[in-house]
Design a protein around this ligand. Structure first.
Ligand code: MTE
Length: 320
């Protein structure tokens, strides 16, 4: 595994472990590594296509964020084995099992719509857009559980400034990658893919809105939305779209997956609000993963100082 400073890190030269092992197998078969003879099994192995499995990239020189909570972080194990990523199955343990071989190489994020400078970004370009920060955020799922995660990324507004939205841009639409061949369980998830989400432009500009490329000091594991996702900590977790491929600036409010699926349960805003219950359960309390007793849920997930003013004069019961 290569360990380099974020600015000169390139995704292309991070060789996934399985590909590297495959290469060793090839060299060994050719008698270059070790003196193993070429066996029938060896030749059979060479015929297999290389599997691209997750290989974490370590990020060094991370900047600490003033937006970080000092609350106890959840373990890496919690955050990587209790996931919602319906493209890979609907059980919480499914994404860890089924996203193992998700191929995220040569990733491109297209930024388009009402911008003066539309652009397609490679992961290398995204990593160089701004200094990478560690941001420890509370992450509250609409299902009334929560976690504390040391994400890695930078304020999404660094990207927005670069592409220069036109005066017509009032909303930002986001779209996830979807490939039924790599995500066969998506057919049974009961929601439509590709997964789509959206924010108002001022919400997208808010410094808390994070373009996220990693967690716990490393690149994102597949089940947590590799290689790049959004994290919007004052909204329910489903707004934090994973494995992002398209960002479109537009005049109209964009459709969102859960609102399309169950409109009277999930609105566009989806701000964490203990006073507005889900039709099926209360949102007043939440269970932090790993804890027994529930804790009260905070308005805007405790980020009210930074975000409440964006909703002045709005009825948050109507605009749920
Ligand atoms: N993004 C995509 N593409 N597909 C999904 O199913 N689930 C959402 C969100 N982003 C989802 C998604 C939901 S419901 C939650 S709670 C968070 O991802 C979970 O993020 P985590 O698994 O990293 O905790």
């Amino acid at each position: 595994m290569l360990i380099r400073k974020a600015p000169d890190l390139t995704y292309a030269d991070v060789t996934p472990k399985s590909v590297y092992l495959d290469r060793r197998k090839f060299l060994r078969a050719m008698g270059i590594v070790g003196a193993t003879a070429v066996t029938a099994k060896g030749l059979f192995d060479l015929a297999l296509p290389p599997q691209v499995a997750f290989a974490a990239t370590k990020f060094t020189s991370l900047v600490n964020s003033p937006f970080s909570t000092s609350e106890k972080q959840n373990s890496y194990d919690d955050v990587t084995h209790y996931n919602n990523f319906y493209e890979f199955g609907t059980d919480k343990g499914d994404p860890a099992k089924n996203a193992k071989n998700f191929n995220t190489s040569n990733w491109i994020v297209s930024v388009e719509g009402e911008v003066a400078k539309p652009r397609k970004f490679t992961m290398d370009e995204i990593l160089k857009l701004a200094p990478l920060e560690e941001r420890i955020y509370r992450h509250r799922c609409v299902e009334a559980w929560s976690i504390v995660v040391p994400w890695i990324g930078f304020s999404f507004n660094s990207l927005i400034r670069l592409v220069e939205p036109t005066p017509k841009a009032q909303f930002v639409a986001f779209q996830s990658y979807y490939d039924p061949r790599q995500m066969p369980l998506g057919r049974w998830a009961g929601i439509e893919f590709p997964y789509v989400e959206g924010l108002r432009l001022d919400e997208a500009m808010n410094p808390l809105t994070l373009l996220c490329v990693g967690m716990y000091g490393e690149s994102l594991p597949n089940q947590d939305g590799a290689p790049v996702r959004m994290v919007i900590p004052w909204k329910y977790g489903f707004k934090s779209i994973k494995s992002l491929v398209k960002i479109k600036f537009q005049q109209k409010m964009p459709p969102t997956t859960w609102n399309l699926s169950v409109p009277n349960w999930y609105g566009f805003y989806s701000n964490v609000n203990p006073n507005v219950n889900h039709p099926r359960w209360s949102q007043a309390k939440e269970r932090r993963l790993g804890e027994i007793f529930k804790r009260p849920t905070l308005m805007f997930n405790g980020y009210d100082d930074q975000v409440a003013s964006m909703y002045n004069g709005m009825d948050l019961k109507k605009n749920y």
